[in-house]
Design a protein around this ligand. Structure first.
Ligand code: HEC
Length: 241
């Protein structure tokens, strides 16, 4: 009796196992809980509460092609517990008009202190995003200009830009200036724009801290050859805001 039951059991089991093998050479056959070794391809932004996996196939196209993550409503300000950093995310209330360019020059001020540390950080951004046009010392002699025949930007410390206020710099970085200088709003966050402006102001002052007295030799007549002069100790934090 026991033998018979065993034989029957083996026969049934064998049939099940054999049936599990598909005819196709590469087919895995019937799988026991396929979910365990075949994870669903998770699509970013699909609302899985609506996933057809849990409902039915008629939802496949509708659900998989519907974005569940929405853009933040217009005017949303990214939260930041640090108030200075939060202020970077406030909307810029000046339009891309000549009148607002003038207003920005009078009303917009950097939230950053003019410190050596900020200037150094600004230099890193400047080297990556501006140097190729504006040149190493801001004379408008970057490779794009000298080799690429690009319109020459005025020198930061020349007659045209020597007194350019930081608000106008920021405005031009946001909207671009005429046709030759594009907007950098897409490349640089507001914080990065203000940071690079610290370095532009440094170059505007001839490669020294604005308001600082440079020690040592007088600056060479050709300012493109000018190496950043030593800044008097204690003057590094002096701001000209
Ligand atoms: C593709 C070349 C190019 C790049 C890159 C570039 N600039 Fe300029 N920039 C120009 C030119 C050309 C002008 C002069 C535009 C004019 O007045 O018609 C200019 C003008 C400016 C001015 C004067 C704006 C004003 O209101 O008169 C500032 C400040 C400035 N650039 C800063 C920067 C900074 C900072 C960067 C890097 C984040 C940068 N630029 C990147 C070409 C460039």
């Amino acid at each position: 009796m026991l033998m018979k039951t065993q034989t029957t059991l083996f026969a049934v089991l064998g049939t099940v196992i054999l049936a599990a093998c598909g005819g196709e050479k590469d087919s895995p056959g019937i799988e026991y809980m396929p979910d365990m070794y075949r994870g669903p391809a998770v699509e970013a932004y699909v609302d899985y509460g609506q996933d057809p996996y849990y409902f039915d196939d008629s939802l496949v196209h509708a659900a998989r092609n519907t974005q569940s993550a929405r853009n933040a409503p217009v005017g949303t300000i990214a939260f930041n517990a640090d108030q200075t950093k939060a202020s970077y995310n406030f909307p810029y209330p000046y339009a891309n008009t000549p009148e607002d360019y003038e207003r920005a020059g009078l009303e917009v001020h950097s939230p950053l202190e003019m410190t050596q540390a900020n200037v150094d950080k600004g230099k890193v951004i400047y080297t990556k995003f501006c140097l190729h046009c504006h040149g190493e010392t801001g004379q408008g002699d970057g490779k794009v200009v000298t080799e690429g025949n690009y319109p020459v930007p005025p020198a930061y410390n020349g007659t045209q830009l020597g007194t350019l206020p930081e608000g106008k710099m920021f405005h031009s970085l946001k909207y671009g200036k005429n046709v030759a200088m594009g907007s950098h709003a897409g490349q640089l966050s507001q914080e990065e724009r203000w940071t690079v402006i610290q370095y532009v102001k440094f170059l505007q002052a001839g490669g020294k801290m604005p308001g600082a007295v440079a020690l040592g030799a007088a600056m060479p007549a050709d300012s493109t050859k000018n190496v950043v002069p030593v800044v008097a100790a204690g003057t590094a934090g002096m701001a000209t805001k």
